[in-house]
Design a protein around this ligand. Sequence first.
Ligand code: GLU
Length: 432
Amino acid sequence: MSGQINAFEMAQKQFDGVAKQLKLDAGVAEVLRFPMREFSFRIPVRMDDGSLRVFQGFRVQHNDARGPNKGGIRFHPAETLDTVRALATWMTWKCAVADIPLGGGKGGVICDPSALSTAEKEQICRGWVGAMWKNIGPRNDVPAPDVGTTPQMMGWMMDEYSRLVGQFTPGVFTGKPLGSGGSLGRTEATGYGVIYHVREAMKHLKMDPKKSVAAIEGFGNVAQYAAIGFVELLGGKVACVSCYDRHAKKSFTYSHKNGIDPRFLLTIVDEYGTINQAKAEAAGYVVEDGDAWITKDADVLIPAAIEGHVNGDTIKKMSSRVKLVAEGANGPCTPEADEFFKANKIFNIPDFLCNAGGVTTSYFEQVQNDMNYYWTKEEVLSRLDTKMTEAFKGVVEMSEKEGVYMRDAAYMVSITRVVKAMELRGWLAGTW
Ligand code: GLU
């Protein structure tokens, strides 16, 4: 799905670079370069027209040294096992950098959810659990939503798992709907988490948020709340957002001369992140090509769509005003883009640090499920802010101490924590 580079090769390349700098033992590096377990399975679905269609499902468990595997399930037409491997690997680093006691996993189904009926989607969700239920659970692997999946889908999946094990088990999936074991604040969590990092990075770079402009790629869950957060929590302006239009089957950029109003756009976007173009134009929005978002005159870029979109080609169009890139998506910037940022002293908040707010709140959701006692939204978001701020500071300290780029520093923090956990569990002493 990365277009230019295989996402798993990219994840391994990033890891290899840091493993070398950390002088990691070759055997230990070999353990971490690959997922520990992978599942690939078929999900038969009786379609509404009576035909039988078979969907391909995946789950990859990268590493569970620090706790149960954790990570979303994506429903996407271009899903591949390699993309899921990359995303599972990044989840291990994400949970470690946020210092939550969880490992890394990711799942997927090759399908286009916008082309399926509710009943068909429910069957895919229940079929996914039917294939995986013996290998997931609150103590071994806890999936969540991601691109193309929703809280309702997590509700069905949790129900199917509970039915199969004969016990109400809310902690097996996170990102569930409110009223069915979900946590307040989970909807906002990833986007607001991005903004807590942006706030800390701006303090570090001595930038004034109120005088800053952001350009955002995407208008799914992460981008929506990053846009709202940039405007409402930081007082900045958002020049544009982009979105994949499922009717036109291409992306568009939406900008407004006064800055976009994310709360308004939220009223005209469908559940798949497609903005109603006619309504946007009627409200004075300018609609351009999907790549136009990166060309906007902005101080901050927030790529919050999917992997590989900030690459050797698109960075050539980037405004020279950009000082900060906050990676809301997983893997949005390719190694070529990284080289460009390093050469031009552009501060980068790497994906698995920047978007860790989602999984951190998933962890809070699980904690609440275990206690069977639920926090207020303020409580959830304030705990999230504390966690993200601490994580950001830890990575900046590492970056300054080792004189390395932020992505490498985040890897150093994470890899060190994961290797320590493997050591403490005796995994590196010949028990494998
Ligand atoms: N899918 C989100 C991510 O990539 C959240 C994962 C989770 O909550 O487990 O971080």
